[in-house]
Design a protein around this ligand. Sequence first.
Ligand code: N01
Length: 523
Amino acid sequence: MNAKVDAVGRVDSDIRNVEAAIVGAGFGGLCMAIKLQEAGITDFVILEKHPEDVGGTWRDNTYPGAACDVQSHLYSYSFEGNPDWSMRYPGWREIRDYIERTTDKYGIRRYVQFDAEVVAAEFNKESGRWLVTLADGQQLNARYFILATGPLHVPHIPNFPGLDNFKGEAFHSAQWNHDFDLTGKRVISIGTGGSAIQYAPEIAPKVNKLTLFQRTPAWVIPRDMRKYSDFDKRLFKRFPLMRKLHRLRLYATNEARVFPILHSRLAQTFQFIAGSFLKHQIKDRELRKKLTPNYTIGCKRVLISNAYYPMFNRDNVELVTEGIKEIREHSVVDAQGVEHPADAIIFGTGFVTDPRIYMKDFKLTGLPGHSIQQDWKEGAEAYYGITVSGYPNMFQLVGPNTGLGHNSVIFMIENQVEYIMKCLQTMEGTGASYMDLKQSAQTKFNQGLQERLKGTVWTSGCQSWYQQADGRNVVIWPGTTWRYQQELKKVDKAAYDWVSLSEYGDADMANSSQIDSTQSVSL
Ligand code: N01
């Protein structure tokens, strides 16, 4: 790889040079692109592994009933309001259409290189640039390397004994086989997380039998199913301020949900409400017992559905809590030895969430001595989820500890993008060639963060994909999103080394002081 970059960082002419390479054309990558373009930076590329479509999560997750569990007026860009959302929580098609429309409106599609799977990225200290290699051997040389790959996109299918013997149809919720007609089939669904509780009630009426294998029950709360009337939509269109106020109200209501999560005592009230919902919906005591979680609400993601519990009143739906012993040619055998016949198995078993969640499958190499596979061996760690020590000019969206259980991740993305733009401005201001987070800043930030996680419900004893095997939570932002926004308002220059490269490749430290910026994300 290095062969194509000479000793002083001059780059072989067959390598494409860009100012910025963004990986991923989902909500994050597209937002980054829009803001770069707005700032007059047009020399960038979005590398997207899909052959033809943008949309990330909302391109991949097309299972029946797929919808966002954050209201779309909030789960959308602040700068691109949509007065036409049909309901509080519309289905995936509306969200995907919104992404496609926004991509075209801002003329972003021309920056997207499809079929461009990144297999390696290496920082060259002499040139101060990233050499990015694609699966087809193409290489790019970028000053800024921006990862917008999303934490949940590699489907996880557990290696159940006998899985390969299964002769029926089997697929993961994020790879739904729409060509396979489930009508009249005996279907086994494994997992009862956010995806399964959305698709199970949708398919239950058409299948012959639906058997749900549950390992851990989830706390489920009601979903606000209200639609927006034509009058609402006209009002939002005619008076954008009304739409913005509506968005603000949704934001504030969701934000308030973080307090029971941060303070376990408050969680009891919230749990009482969820418990009453369950009691009201499931009359059978035995079934109710099976569906009642034994951990504090909020520890795992709280799910919202009005259709999930009533689904169990159907005669063709069975809940199995015994665990899976093995999979045979035409059945799944539970831990008690009971055989459950199956024409199809659907894996609602989530996504790969070990430390690779943020590591990605490609080889990522920073300054000498830094490879992400090595540096994050014990777990992913960054600074506000955005920058990582030893990886200059690399930025991440929805990186470690910026996931949310209570509010819109788009709000986080927009704040991260604004922060990155401020970093770029700062680079211009100081004349630095690259910025590198100091290890001390990263360590201090993460110690504080882990301290704040103590005593929250996330650490109250359940097992979730938020936590690693050693119990460390590398996924969740432990606080209000408002606080996150406030803390990102300034680029703390002292947290970074600002390195200038002279013509011959010497590195100098640029001056340090705190940069103030007046830009911020509005609601
Ligand atoms: O995956 P999950 P998901 N044997 O990891 C079970 C987001 N999302 O695709 O709880 C048996 O939540 C596992 O059991 P347990 C959201 O952030 C958002 O549903 O680990 N079972 C669990 O029940 C969510 O958190 C929306 O004991 C096994 C299920 O599989 C994330 O995506 C909608 C097993 C996996 O649940 C992932 O959701 C949907 C095994 N070996 C999802 N391994 C929105 O609306 C796993 N399970 C935005």
